[in-house]
Design a protein around this ligand. Structure first.
Ligand SMILES: Cc1cc2nc3c(=O)[nH]c(=O)nc-3n(C[C@H](O)[C@H](O)[C@H](O)COP(=O)(O)OP(=O)(O)OC[C@H]3O[C@@H](n4cnc5c(N)ncnc54)[C@H](O)[C@@H]3O)c2cc1C
Length: 452
């Protein structure tokens, strides 16, 4: 990530119409939307570190849609809204691409689609009910590829089945978030970095205390993602903080090209905690896996901000996908926290005791494209607009709660370990135990393709 020599820190008290706390994709898309609609509105963004130092600057850059979650969304929000959200999430991919072109953000965005695959016999056929439903509404962007084509397109013989959708992209995540920051500033948003919100007084004007100064705001947007829980106990049980772990090679284009890995297509398998991988324009190969470390009591400590503790797991997966690269060292590994909600979908709303403080979180490992929708929703709420975004099914607060500690963490470990045993058995062509299959259902309830 490009690091500015002099991040602007807030040192004097200020007044503003809207203060956005958190300078990741959610906060910055919201700021940009607000300014585009009302250029005179005074908008401030603060971040405790640099914009992008959270998930937005360190994710896998797989820009995917909600089409694989259609059935869950239908159950939660009804058919019409689910169809609308699938379409909106596909539109988001093309809109982000157009936005980057219009504002000359070089985020290495490559609109090369995604392959959703099965890597063992048990994973086969899981897309069928979803695709049938998408077909019925004529919103099915997926097409099945022949096994040979899947293996060629995904650069690995491990794949048994695959579906391709062009409505997906890959992106350099930090370059995107820093680009959004620059655009926001050009539109007149004041961005203060290294300026953590230490406290918030919800009386009007809302007062946000930072180490050196106070901000008096008419409205506030909390775009804190995993940090929401530490500041606002009302969200303590609405998300689980879970790691996604990533590894990347040095540039090896001469090795990747003969394997068929030569574009920006993303590849995602059908596990509950999926593997996902892609190449970079300079010919690196990056692989990630969600669902490894679960934070006890949702404490977001250093564990989420260091090289991955799961390097041997990443190595094992990498070697299974790409045995010809087993001697290829990783250039680096890293990790980060995802905010997994009960439904696997984000939720938006206003704080219980303040109609002027809005929030959005719970992307559950699928936020690179979806935060564009988050920005539409939050800006509509701030501007008190009555539109498809403010009335959206996702504006319903948390749709469920996890059990309190210590039950949540203990339960999460039991489910995670059962999933590991079940998937290891399936990889070996064996039958998982009944017990492991039942436990795994707890994680699977939310739908497909969560990277957390
Ligand atoms: C390792 C990893 C891989 C992932 N891979 C993918 C992927 O390939 N595809 C995909 O779609 N999604 C992926 N995700 C999820 C995606 O990155 C997130 O859903 C998305 O970035 C969320 O954006 P956000 O702005 O809501 O949160 P964030 O980017 O986390 O922003 C929150 C911001 O709040 C700031 N903050 C926290 N506390 C305070 C405070 N007290 N005061 C001020 N500021 C504060 C933080 O510094 C941070 O910048 C991944 C996530 C991780 C962690």
């Amino acid at each position: 990530m490009e690091v500015p020599s002099q991040p602007r820190v807030l040192i004097n008290d200020i007044q503003t119409d809207v203060c956005i706390v958190g300078g990741g994709y959610t906060g910055l898309w919201t700021a940009i939307n607000l300014k585009q609609q009302q250029p005179d509105l005074d908008v401030v963004v603060i971040d405790k570190g640099l914009c992008g130092s959270g998930a937005s600057g360190r994710n896998g850059g797989c820009m995917l849609t909600w089409s694989t979650k259609y059935l869950s969304m239908k159950k939660l929000y009804g058919e019409e809204e689910a169809v609308r959200l699938v379409k909106a999430s596909e539109q988001a991919i093309y809109e982000i691409d157009a936005f980057c072109k219009e504002y000359r953000i070089d985020a290495q965005l490559r609109l090369h689609g995604t392959l959703y695959t099965a890597t063992n016999y048990a994973q086969r056929g899981t897309m069928e009910p979803i695709l049938n439903a998408l077909d019925r509404h004529e919103i099915n962007s997926w097409q099945q590829w022949q096994k040979k084509q899947v293996r060629q397109g995904a650069g690995s013989e491990l794949h048994q089945e695959g579906f391709y959708s062009p409505a997906a992209a890959s992106v350099q995540p930090a370059m995107l978030v820093r680009g959004l920051k620059s655009v926001a500033e050009k539109l007149g948003v004041k961005v203060y970095e290294n300026t953590p919100m230490e406290d918030i007084n919800t009386d009007i004007p809302i007062t946000i205390t930072t180490p050196q100064a106070e901000i008096f705001a008419g409205k506030v947007v909390l775009a804190l993602n995993a940090w929401m829980v530490e500041k606002f106990p009302e969200f303590k049980r609405s998300v689980v903080l879970v790691s996604s772990d990533m590894a990347i090679t040095e540039p090896i284009p001469d090795k990747l090209e003969p394997m068929g890995l030569k574009d920006g297509k993303t590849v995602v398998d059908s596990r509950i905690f999926v593997h996902y991988y892609r190449t970079t324009p300079d010919g690196r190969l990056m692989l990630g896996k969600g669902g490894n470390h679960f934070a006890y009591a949702n404490r977001i400590g250093e564990t989420f901000d260091q090289p991955s503790r799961y390097q041997s797991l990443l190595r094992y997966s990498f070697n299974r996908f790409f045995p010809e690269l087993q001697d290829q060292k990783f250039a680096t590994t890293w990790t980060g926290a995802s905010d997994r909600s009960v439904t696997g979908l984000p939720f938006f709303g206003s704080l219980k005791h303040s109609n002027n403080i809005f929030y959005g979180l719970g992307y559950s490992g699928n936020g690179v494209g979806q935060t564009w929708i988050g920005g539409k929703i939050l800006s509509s709420l701030v501007l008190a607009q009555d539109n498809e975004w403010s009335r959206c099914g996702l504006v319903s607060g948390p749709k469920g709660y996890f059990p309190p500690e210590p039950f949540r963490w203990t339960g999460a470990m039991m489910v995670r370990n059962a999933i590991r045993r079940k998937e290891a058995a399936e990889d070996a062509g064996e039958k998982p135990t009944w017990f492991d299959k039942q436990l795994a259902k707890f994680a699977n309830a939310a739908g497909k393709a969560d990277k957390a």
